[in-house]
Design a binder for this molecule. Structure first.
Ligand code: GLP
Length: 267
């Protein structure tokens, strides 16, 4: 795991987008794992800006999202299907047939979960998975005690998660669906590369637990410590409780890998 501390949420989003863009340029048919949430809004805005500037083409990519609420149809404006269509897919001309999210209104949710895993496998697996971090320590919707080997399945959301996501439901946590279909922790760990983006002082404590704490099913994001190729991009506010921050900063300043990024003052 590598931790990259940037000054502001904007810098963090730009760096994440720039890394995605680099991977897509090298591999135009990249299988990209997408995440949702307010942190990702900025990452997608940056990707859209790169596409608009003519320096990136996402139309050859295939995408798989982490999760979807159970009971929300793809047309529902509060669904992650809608979120992805309006915030990324339509803005970068991604053909709908190459974008995938779990179907939260499938008649048989267990069968849908298995089919979703199959679709990922048929696409050759996920090359690069974007993830955010929930305040319960979840990645996707893998709430506390999710097996670190779990696969796509239905999961009940904690009251805290429903609270955190209430902004997308008119501010009412009770309006947030109580269940979701989510990739498992094991599904996420199978991605060849993972980029987690975490910003804001309200994430400082859970970020420290997730990256520097012991690996535990109580905090599913700690499983990313096992991933051989995981970058965690954070802003100063989120980094404020990291014990190892001096070393992480030094690495970004020293490592040749980060040279092109260091030379760009916007990142
Ligand atoms: C939801 C998503 C997670 C995401 C989290 C963080 O719970 N299912 O995948 O990481 O939100 O959200 P935000 O970026 O709004 O803090």
């Amino acid at each position: 795991m590598e931790l990259l501390i940037r000054p502001t949420p904007e810098h963090a989003a730009r760096l994440a987008a720039r890394m995605v863009a680099e991977r897509v340029r090298a591999q135009p048919a990249l299988v990209l794992g997408c995440a949702t949430g307010s942190t990702m809004d900025h990452v997608y805005d940056e990707l859209v800006a790169l596409v608009a500037a003519g320096s990136l083409d996402l139309r050859g990519c295939t995408t798989f999202n982490l999760d979807e609420y159970v009971g929300l149809s793809p047309d529902d404006e509060r669904s992650y299907h809608h979120y992805m269509r309006t915030r990324l897919f339509e803005r970068v001309g991604l053909p709908p047939e190459r974008t995938h999210l779990p179907n939260g209104v499938a008649a048989d949710l267990a069968a849908e979960a298995m089919a979703y895993e199959r679709r990922i496998a048929e696409a050759g697996g996920i090359d690069l998975q974007l993830v955010g971090l929930g305040t319960t320590g979840h990645i996707g919707f893998n709430e506390p005690l999710s097996s670190l080997m779990s696969r796509t399945r239905q999961k009940a959301l904690t009251p805290e998660t429903r609270e955190q996501n209430a902004g997308f439901f008119g501010g009412d946590p009770g309006a947030v669906p109580p269940r979701a279909l989510t990739m498992g922790v094991g599904t996420i760990l199978d991605a060849r590369e993972v980029i987690m983006v975490v910003t804001g002082a309200h994430k400082a404590s859970i970020l420290a637990t997730a990256t520097e704490g012991p690996i535990t099913a109580r905090v599913s994001a700690t499983a990313l410590q096992l991933h051989p190729n995981c970058k965690v991009i954070v802003d100063e506010d989120a980094a404020s409780e990291l014990e190892g921050h001096t070393y992480y900063r030094w690495l970004y300043e020293q490592e040749p890998e980060w040279q092109p990024f260091r030379d760009d003052p916007t990142l």
